[in-house]
Design a protein around this ligand. Structure first.
Ligand code: ADP
Length: 510
């Protein structure tokens, strides 16, 4: 059901940003909706307003605060599988920051200070025009914003792949209009804002990540110096039970730092879902049976699991590290091991491992045809082969029970694993869509029973996931609400984000 704001309010927004930058008709609302939400009416925005400056944001926040309007800040709003550009609370006004595209580059120190509208492609083109002295880390689907992705704890494949931990310094507009700079940025004229992460006293950068405590208008980020060489191997493993030993082989190498990037172990559907559609393989409902899995694996020449390991930096160091990788992974007797090498001056392959933005992986949204998409389910696990194997077995059984095709990966962090599941959907298939919600709720409950919680989730599950963080009767949730009430008692900024509701909007809770 379309919701509209009083025309006087729209006019007040237009007076700030210009009439070309307010979007409140039905088509506008539809374009900011989450086309992949199970029920998109739950997240239907009232419209959007797109400021170009911090001062315009302050003025918009003032109006929203005076008139009881909830704003939902987005950078580029490409958060596929997690809500896209849509707000959690229906009737919110999307604060679209995609016009703010300034890049400040400190080449000597390898840092950038970015506005929210800077996309991965923008930054890539910019760095290329400066001779590519630094490499990006990009997420699998790189159509979004560098700032937005880091704010939602997105990940990439290089040693700088944990994007939220590369943040150094933030500027934000608070709900009362105050503009703050964190870390050394709080010191007028400091040349060290992007160099030292903590400043003096509490460090606040991470307070703006996956929260609704402020509107981020600038973000400092560290970039990886272009390596002299890149070496690595792509490995395939034949059996489902090869997962555990593979994890136990990689984990110590990751922890000791021989491997600086975070490898991702993925299953056979990855390639197939990107370049083919389900009906090319079978017309039967239910989870893909073993004979179809075998056919997919044969066609793409892949194992049950595959993983790519990469080494970055000095050539002599990479060569020494590669020999150790070869020795350790060789012990597992992989189905196949394909080495890969690159040195400065050679043509660089466009992949996630070279920090090249790509959108091709998004093609998997078309697996079922129709209005396709995917919804994420991503619990955090310990870095243990036994734990991962058990998680796989439990989850795979649920996929079969609900008739879903298994697409998952186990992505390394320095000390943890993320079991990223992309549940492939088709909004034109009511039978499939009817199974998605109970399936996801079951997965969340199964993980919770093991003491596992998700690192990120779709708008529809933010309350459910926040609810699993239940130590001491949800003390963390209480802390979040107290902070929210103190900073934003009217709930102007993204009420409900990450399960954080101010007291005055608790009614919006799903
Ligand atoms: P991307 O385009 O990279 O996918 P989004 O713009 O969709 O990133 O941002 C992801 C999420 O992060 C948004 O849904 C929002 O909750 C939050 N977010 C994004 N940008 C900001 C910002 N500038 N300030 C506060 N929160 C933000």
């Amino acid at each position: 059901m379309a919701q509209t704001l009083p025309s006087a309010t729209i006019a007040a927004f237009a007076a700030i940003v210009g009439k070309d930058h307010v979007f409140f008709d039905e088509a506008d609302q539809a374009s900011y909706q989450d086309k992949f939400a199970i029920d998109d009416a739950r997240h239907h925005p009232a419209g959007a307003v797109a400021p170009a400056t911090v001062e315009e944001i302050q003025a918009i926040v003032r109006i929203a605060s005076d008139r009881g309007i909830a704003l939902w800040p987005i950078s580029r709003g490409k958060n596929l599988g997690y809500g896209g550009s849509a707000p959690l609370l229906a009737g919110s006004v999307v604060l679209d920051l995609s016009r703010m595209k300034k890049i400040d580059y400190d080449e000597a120190n390898g840092t950038v200070l970015l506005e929210p509208g800077v996309g991965f492609y923008d930054l890539y083109d910019f760095l290329k025009s400066r001779g590519m002295k630094h490499w990006l880390s990009v997420p699998g689907n790189s159509w979004g914003s560098v700032v937005g992705n880091a704010l939602d704890r997105g990940m990439g494949y290089t040693p700088y792949g944990e994007h939220a931990t590369r943040i150094c310094g933030i500027e934000a507009v608070m709900a009362d209009g105050l503009v703050v700079r964190t870390g050394m940025g709080a010191l007028e004229g400091a040349p060290t804002w992007q160099l030292y992460r903590f400043g003096f006293g509490p460090g606040w950068d991470q307070m703006f990540v996956q929260s609704n405590f402020g509107i981020v208008t600038k973000m400092g980020l560290w970039l990886m110096p272009a390596p002299e060489s890149l070496m690595g191997m792509d490995l395939e493993f034949d059996r489902p039970e090869d997962l555990g030993p593979l994890i136990d082989a990689i984990a110590p190498l990751r922890r000791e730092g021989l491997l600086q990037q975070s490898p991702t172990i993925g299953n056979w559907l990855r390639a197939a879902a990107v370049v083919t559609t389900r009906d090319q393989w079978t017309d039967k409902p239910g989870a893909l049976p073993d004979d179809v899995i075998a056919a997919i694996r044969k066609k793409f020449n892949v194992g049950w699991w595959g993983v790519s390991l990469r080494l970055y930096g000095r050539d002599s160091v990479n060569k020494a590290a590669y020999a150790i990788l070869e020795q350790e992974l060789g012990k597992l007797k992989p189905m196949s091991l394909r080495p890969t090498t690159w040195k400065t001056g050679e043509p660089l392959e466009a992949t996630g491992w070279t920090g090249t933005p790509l959108t091709m992986p998004m093609q998997n949204a078309n697996w079922h045809g129709g209005r396709g998409g995917h919804i994420g389910f991503s619990p955090i696990l310990p870095q243990s082969g036994a734990a991962a194997q058990a998680q796989f077995q439990r989850t795979y059984a649920r996929y079969k029970e609900y008739g879903m095709d298994y697409q998952a990966s186990f992505a390394f962090g320095e000390r943890h694993l993320i079991n990223v599941n992309a549940v492939l959907i088709n909004k034109d298939d009511p039978d499939l869509m009817g199974r998605v919600d109970p399936f996801l709720k079951h997965l969340i409950a199964d993980a919770k029973a093991q003491g596992y919680g998700e690192y990120r989730t779709h708008l529809d599950y933010m309350d459910a996931v926040a609810g699993t963080y239940d130590f001491n009767r949800g003390a963390l949730g209480q802390l979040n609400r107290r902070v929210k009430n103190a900073l934003d008692p009217k709930g102007v900024i993204a009420p409900g984000k990450s399960g954080i509701w101010p007291s005055n909007r608790m009614g919006g809770r799903g």
